[in-house]
Design a protein around this ligand. Structure first.
Ligand SMILES: NC(=O)c1ccc[n+]([C@@H]2O[C@H](COP(=O)([O-])OP(=O)(O)OC[C@H]3O[C@@H](n4cnc5c(N)ncnc54)[C@H](O)[C@@H]3O)[C@@H](O)[C@H]2O)c1
Length: 318
């Protein structure tokens, strides 16, 4: 199979390319990435896969460019997106172009050439759950995005669903919870906490820090996408999580514990506007239908991830 992975120089896309090419020795991947500030072409182990891997610098918001690449592949997996909520609050426009117009362009091309498509989406499209409830999102939860980032992701999901229903395209969607692991940009909670901690900088925590996120290791997310590509039913949406709800403040304290740093580095700052309080996903459908399960326990995955960033950032100091 020849896959087109978009956004494969970013966090999850690069982990997916490394995962897939290692496991599927006869497949090849074309990575289309705009190479924004969040990207790093070296996240992909291109030296190991040089004969089966190609990186093309292109923008999915450019319809002509994307169509000419899509017509030659068997399957498209779209990770390309502007992904940082804070940036979307400051400036929504790039989010609308990449996360919505870009998906429209991909949909038009996969419709024209009848190509299998998988859209990577997020649990943030469902909005926020109350902190003190046991309620979880599932495939029937209504969409209720609450910031420009999640609104563009929700809009794109709706467009994908409409193309499945109207044109019968061969597409699936997955909405995954918060990922952690290597290759994530320093703006995000876990790498940022490690960076600040090893430099003895203050670690800003929004509001009370009691917000809950449902963390999954990026490689477990990759195996879920693999299960959907191999066994998922066309037209379906699958929610992905490792059933691992954590308060933000507890994640930060765990990181400080792993690094042997003092909790006095934590600084509570005013909350993000419209900050979602709690995300939690019920992954029963993918577990039962596709026999998928996560395999990396949080404490183990977090320790490895923290040590990875600590050594990366310490080397930068030298
Ligand atoms: N990080 C998470 O916890 C998480 C959870 C669930 C879903 N997601 C979704 O997974 C996808 C990947 O997220 P990530 O955390 O790896 O993001 P990221 O910001 O690390 O990577 C995004 C990549 O997309 C590229 N890109 C951006 N706009 C582009 C465009 N117009 N054309 C081509 N490439 C473009 C960037 O250069 C970057 O390499 C996103 O769609 C995001 O919504 C992320």
């Amino acid at each position: 199979m020849k896959l087109l992975v978009t956004g494969g120089a970013g966090f999850i896309g690069s982990n997916f390319i490394n995962y897939w090419l290692k496991k599927h020795q006869r497949d090849s991947i074309v990575n289309v990435d705009k190479l924004t500030y969040a990207a790093n072409p070296d996240y992909v182990d291109h030296k190991s896969f040089s004969d089966r891997y190609e990186l093309i610098k292109a923008d999915i918001a450019n319809a002509k460019q994307i169509e000419s690449i899509i017509k030659d592949v068997d399957c498209v997996v779209n990770f390309a997106a502007e992904s940082h909520v804070d940036n979307s609050i400051k400036s929504p426009e790039p989010f609308i172009r990449s996360n919505y117009v870009g998906v429209y362009n991909i949909l038009e091309a996969v419709r024209k050439y009848d190509i299998r498509f998988h859209q990577i989406s997020t649990d943030e499209v469902f909005g926020s759950l109350p902190l003190d409830s046991s309620q979880k999102f599932d495939e029937h939860s209504p969409y209720a995005p609450r910031n420009p980032y999640s609104a563009t992701k929700a809009a794109a999901d709706m467009l994908v669903r409409s193309y499945i229903n109207t044109y019968g395209i061969k597409a699936t969607i997955s909405n995954c919870s918060n990922n952690y692991g290597p290759n994530q940009h320093r703006e995000k909670l876990i790498p940022k906490t490690v960076y600040n901690a090893i430099h003895n900088f203050r670690i800003p925590i929004y509001g009370s820090g009691r917000q809950i996120r449902d963390w999954i290791h990026v490689l477990d997310h990759c195996s879920a996408i693999e299960a959907i590509l191999e066994r998922g039913r066309i037209g379906e949406t699958y929610l992905v999580s490792a059933r691992n709800e954590q308060h933000n403040i507890d994640v930060v304290k765990k990181i400080l514990g792993i690094l042997g740093k003092d909790e006095s580095l934590i600084e509570y700052v005013s909350d993000r506007p419209g900050h979602d309080v709690r995300y939690a996903i019920d992954p029963k459908k993918i577990e039962n239908e596709l026999d998928w399960k996560p395999s990396i326990p949080f404490d183990e995955g977090l320790r490895d991830t923290v040590n990875h960033y600590a050594s990366l950032f310490s080397n930068e100091l030298r």
